[in-house]
Design a binder for this molecule. Structure first.
Ligand SMILES: Cc1ncc(COP(=O)(O)O)c(C=O)c1O
Length: 392
């Protein structure tokens, strides 16, 4: 069936974070929320049906793990990316972040160091600190508009106390889909310094144009034995509120430690409805159809932004994302015009964005926008930003 992503859906009174923060915490009922990474699109019919079918049996008691979740995740990845793993390499967990935290704890001890690329999704840093580990940052370098891993910088900063590399693949917020060559070089670096890898691959389905999703675990023998890869239906199928994710771990010793660690806080006990949705997302034809249509819709939003910015906002530096539904914009050329970019955009353009500073102090002149919304919203937001900048 043909899905209509142009339709606006009212999310009022659903306790959704995206609107709640604006309406309640900021007491702003008018601004357009373009911040947090969840989409304003209704989910696939097949997923909603799977949920309502299960709801019809009115007992929601303790539930065993549904093996179809693992089977369907496996076939989705094999079919779409030729990415292979066994179903018993998969552990279902209640979110990527609980998985990240457990992985940090089994791969290191307190006061050990964890390497993180900048700009970085903030919770990588927060979880590292919350577990009493020390983040070591390496800025990616921009070459011809592309964010690249700076391997010289990594070599300068790595030390014997460094135990983990946290990779975001594809990368939030820059939208990079790392190539096999880059990931191979990273794998060699990690092997040389005996780093364990946590590869957050939550955005892996959103690959645009001719780019590819290259999972990190299968890069070579070292990554196969030393990587915890985290994937989820949260982004691809807009199910973040259901709290489910999967850890793909090929090394059985690591997997067993990961399960023990996750069990300590109960994060391997996955919600019954989350499992229904997960099973349908990766398994039903309609869900895949929905996702394929969504992907082209989001790509059109990315293309629209690219053209609009090139033609109307030449002082904003922007490079089209290779992956993700996120838009990463550099306002450096306006830096003398405002103190707080997020506040300026909220007050003058009526748009609430994720501030660049949350991805690292040096990104205070950047913002991240979420393009997982109807195109009319994207158009309105860009026009508002243009009008605000024109008045400067
Ligand atoms: C890179 C990345 N990892 C993890 C998450 C959150 O994952 P979860 O909700 O499954 O904990 C997000 C959400 O924005 C994300 O962008």
């Amino acid at each position: 069936m043909k899905y209509n992503f142009d339709k606006k859906v009212c999310r009022e009174s659903t306790h959704c974070t995206k609107w709640h923060v604006l309406h309640n915490d900021l007491d702003n009922k008018h601004a357009i929320p373009m911040w947090i990474a969840d989409m304003d699109f209704p989910i696939a019919n097949s997923i909603q049906k799977a949920l309502t079918d299960r709801m019809k049996c009115p007992i929601y008691g303790y539930t065993v793990e549904n093996i179809n979740c693992k089977i369907n995740l496996q076939s989705w990845n094999k079919k779409r990316y030729n990415y292979e793993f066994n179903t018993d390499d998969v552990t279902l967990i209640s979110g990527v972040l609980p998985g990240l935290s457990a992985a940090i704890r089994i791969f290191s001890n307190e006061n050990d160091k964890v390497m993180i690329l900048l700009p970085s999704y903030q919770p990588f840093v927060k979880k590292t600190l919350a577990n009493n580990r020390e983040p070591i940052f390496s800025d990616m370098k921009i070459v011809d508009g592309t964010y690249l891993i700076d391997f010289d910088d990594l070599e300068n900063k790595v030390s014997a106390q460094c135990k983990i590399f946290i990779l975001c693949n594809p990368h939030n917020p820059t939208g990079r889909a790392f190539t096999i060559e880059e990931l191979t070089q990273l794998a060699l670096f990690c092997e040389k310094h005996q780093l364990k890898i946590i590869s957050d691959e939550i955005h892996s389905d959103f690959i645009m144009d001719n780019n590819n999703y290259n999972n990190f675990i299968n890069i070579n023998e070292y990554t196969k034995n030393n990587t915890i890869s985290l994937v989820s239906t949260s982004k691809s199928f807009n199910l973040a509120g259901l709290k489910i994710a999967a850890a793909i771990i090929k090394n059985k010793q690591i997997q067993s430690k990961f399960i023990d660690e996750s069990d300590k806080v109960g994060s391997t006990n996955v919600n019954l409805f989350a499992q229904c949705a997960f099973e349908s997302a990766y398994g039903d034809e309609d869900s895949e159809d929905w996702f394929n249509q969504l992907l082209s819709y989001v790509n059109e939003n990315q293309n629209y932004c690219y053209e609009f910015i090139k033609n109307n906002l030449p002082n904003i530096t922007h490079h089209k994302a290779e992956a993700t539904y996120l838009l990463w914009l550099d306002f450096e050329k306006y830096s003398d015009k405002f103190v707080d970019l997020q506040e300026f955009i909220l007050n003058e353009a009526n748009v609430y964005v994720t501030p660049g500073i949350s991805f690292g102090d040096q990104y205070k002149n950047f913002i991240r926008l979420n393009l997982g919304c109807p195109k009319t919203t994207v158009i309105e937001v860009l026009n508002n930003i243009k009008d605000a900048l024109d008045k400067l």
